[in-house]
Design a binder for this molecule. Sequence first.
Ligand SMILES: Nc1ncnc2c1ncn2[C@@H]1O[C@H](COP(=O)(O)OP(=O)(O)OP(=O)(O)O)[C@@H](O)[C@H]1O
Length: 605
Amino acid sequence: MPWSYTATEFTHNSTRSSRSHYMPPQNRPNNTPTSFPFSDDSTRYAFNCSGVQRFSRLERPPHHRNSLFPFVEDETGGEVQNGDVINFDAYESVPVEVSGKNVPPPVDAFDKTDLDEGLKKNIERCKYVKPTPVQRYAIPIAVAGRDLMVCAQTGSGKTAAFCFPIISEILKTRSASGFSSMPRGSIIAYPTALILCPTRELSCQIRDEADKFAYQTGVKVVVAYGGASIAQQLWHLEKGVDILVATPGRLVDIIERERVSLKKIKYLALDEADRMLDMGFEHQMRKIVDQMHMPPPGVRQTMLFSATFPNDIQKLASDFLSNYIFLTVGRAGSSTELIAQKIQFVQDTEKRNHLIDILSGQKAHGSNGKHALTLVFVETKKGADALENWLSRYGFPAIAIHGDKVQMERERALRSFKSGLTPILVATDVVSRGLDVPHVAHVINFDLPRDIDNYVHRIGRTGRAGKSGLATAFFSNKNIPLAKALVGLLQEANQEVPSWLSQYAEEGSSFSGRSQAPRRYSSGNYGGRDFRNVSEPEVENHNYSTRCDADYGVDSYHDDSFDVNNDSTFASGYGHSDANSDFNENGKLEDGPCGYTSVVATGWD
Ligand SMILES: Nc1ncnc2c1ncn2[C@@H]1O[C@H](COP(=O)(O)OP(=O)(O)OP(=O)(O)O)[C@@H](O)[C@H]1O
């Protein structure tokens, strides 16, 4: 179906409608599309979802988790064939770029890695038949003890890429020294590894994954995150911890209470590392890493992972690393081609009606009239609640999740969504990063984010682990500053670019001084390249826009979804200033570009 049928008629002049009720398409004045707005193909793949259902702590409360056998079973009682459903062919042509000194070679099978045998057995139990490209490259590098900065596409298996080496090395050290790193009877816990991430839900998910990989190995994994009982978390810590998964706010709290010491940290992993080092978290990260007795870079091993890695954040991150290797899997910072992306021009006043049309069409095309799992991103917490109410009023099973909800409500919403009980989740950015819900068929950006990297993470909640997905964005007048970056991203991912969007992108050059100006695509370069190989002026050119927004409705944008503070209250300055552009010149640039090898390969070479 051509674009002209799928997008609401394009106009610069948004006229505000006072309509507050859903109006069927045929009664609307400006002909919002009446038919199901996707091609047959996208319908087929988007709503034909079958595959793995993984457990999560957030699906089942801790006391209901099956710690005896944490691997997912199918209805017949057998283990689910994870390796069978992942479409490895989808990764075959993924370009891989590695830069750094003395890069260890990749491996094409878990058997060929130097991972601990107990861990390998668990990898088999997970039915991970072979490593994904990021695992092929990252695991040997990490096992060799090297620091690592990784930029790999959403849903490509980064969690295992940092969990496997950590678990394996803990096990090897333990069998060599014959004892656990936990001093018995101590009230202070001394974890060997620390995994930091931005949200509570993600910390629980990583803990579940790590727990599964560490099954019956004796490696203890504990999670600490804000909004939940600290007493319970301290109790778990007292029982012993090898790997601590935490959000920064709660971690600082338990360190200040002298219940955790970072003195013995050997492995530090930052998931969603670019988010962890941007304005919302940078201060806390520096405090944790520099002022809380953690061994310095070079003594500890540090691994940073994300699907996006802007140059300015890379430069900041290099403070945390020593002689590191930079790995890019897929086009740096781009979305995966597994996700079909549709951008539709929809006036703000028409968004609700348009959404209902899409959801109705989905239901009609879905199996047995059921709704496919659909994630709808909105800009504000109020907006999430309002949309949840609106959808519920019109009979759509929707539930909202955002930072104003108490933790129990957040968990309930996510559980209800994952189980399919409430298949429409209306969310702020609280679930935009890292969350792995296997059957999300459709991500709808009801409100587009202000930053292209956020868009990449949001749509990455679908099209995971080699499966296809669909992402639709409602583009309105206020998103014009994002047009150029969107066009670049769509082209990069071989997606159709609507002509009206290209037109906006061309006009968008006049917006280049604004915060929303495209960062990565403005000069045809991609911000996830190893910044050590980029010339200095080029790096500087990319720094102006990341998180500054004085004139873009910032007040209505704030969401305290991320666990910056222990109680998850967002740092008040977030999004307002571009203080990060004053990064310290730490001399790391002097290393590159000379002396670094750069290997370009495809995923399975
Ligand atoms: N080797 C493998 N074989 C089969 N499935 C795998 C393999 N590695 C990872 N997976 C599965 O792929 C899915 C996505 O993995 P993961 O959540 O680690 O992605 P990610 O790269 O961290 O994504 P994001 O950028 O969104 O955080 C998970 O369901 C995981 O179980």
